[in-house]
Design a protein around this ligand. Structure first.
Ligand SMILES: [Zn+2]
Length: 290
């Protein structure tokens, strides 16, 4: 069993293999450690783990452990001069370090381990919850309430106008990163409603021809991104104060310098736009970008 160990909502413990400690992090391959590898280092994993995800022939579990305990283990492996040491890395950064299937298995393990940690007690009557067998769910022995892993849907959309794509910078994002618009679905909304509302709130623009494109689990901490394409139907660009600090229409050959990572559905929407509205050279140029 492989075990994705989290110290908080942002980091995961990975094992670096085969490289020296001085290697630059982006040029090194990592893997999700096995329970055996960790127990060799004195980290005992709870034995009643759920098997959260399957990666090839391996089962991946997820667990939260105290940071102090992990730091103690890391210090010991460094003192030994271990050339294949463990490291705590950012969960998003792990996309560049792990095999991409391992990365998504790790994220699924995070989603479920996080739910497990946050539902130790019944939300209605505060009794400790018990596991149901045969499925990933819990029940309350006192009031009979159930808990299943929560998934929060969010919509993300390409809006196209005159062959240009609507892209924006959010103050929450890195300084130069521009992306398509996105937001959470609200209670009682259809996905199409959510697309129209989010685009209007964030940009002042109306859309039509809202068409399903693709989806992607986004467990940061528990979302499912549902992607759409759409067309401009009216309105003037008016960025939402506090949410968007710059917004504009971008041609396929004049995309912003920094755009979302290749593993994200946002990136696939941008690639869709360039393949539909740009030239072969524009698409080739985009596919060569990191
Ligand atoms: Zn209860």
């Amino acid at each position: 069993m492989l075990i994705a160990v989290f110290s908080d909502n942002k980091s995961v413990l990975l094992r670096r293999h085969g490289a020296s400690g001085s290697a630059r992090i982006h040029h090194t391959r990592y893997h999700i450690p096995s329970v055996d590898e960790l127990s060799t280092e004195g980290v005992q994993i709870p034995t009643d783990l759920w098997e959260f995800a399957v990666r090839g022939e391996d089962v991946v579990g997820g667990v939260f452990l105290e940071r102090a305990r992990l730091d103690h283990m890391l210090a010991r492996t460094r003192l030994r001069g271990d050339s294949a040491a463990f490291e705590i890395v950012g969960r998003r950064q792990a996309a560049d370090l792990l095999d991409i299937d391992d990365y998504w298995a790790m994220n699924r393990a995070f989603h479920l381990a996080n739910w497990d940690r946050n539902t130790r007690f019944c939300g209605a009557c505060a009794t400790p919850m018990e596991r149901l067998s045969g499925e990933i769910a819990k029940t309350c022995p006192s009031c009979g309430g159930h808990s299943y892993p929560q998934i929060s849907p969010a919509v993300i959309m390409a809006v196209v106008h005159d062959g240009k794509l609507l892209m924006a910078h959010s103050p929450r994002h890195p300084a130069n990163l521009y992306s398509v618009l996105a937001g959470f679905v609200e209670a009682g909304e259809t996905l199409e409603h959510a697309v129209s509302r989010e685009v209007f709130e964030e940009s002042g623009v109306l859309v039509r021809n809202i068409t399903y494109f693709s989806s992607q689990p986004w467990p940061f901490p528990s979302s499912l991104m549902i992607a759409f394409t759409s067309e401009y139907a009216g309105g003037d660009l008016t960025p939402e104060e506090g949410e968007i600090d710059d917004i504009g229409w971008y041609a396929p050959n004049q995309l912003p310098d920094e755009i979302p990572s290749t593993y994200s559905v946002a990136r696939r929407l941008i690639e869709w736009f360039v393949s539909e509205y740009g030239t072969g050279d524009d698409l080739q140029h985009l596919l060569e970008r990191s």
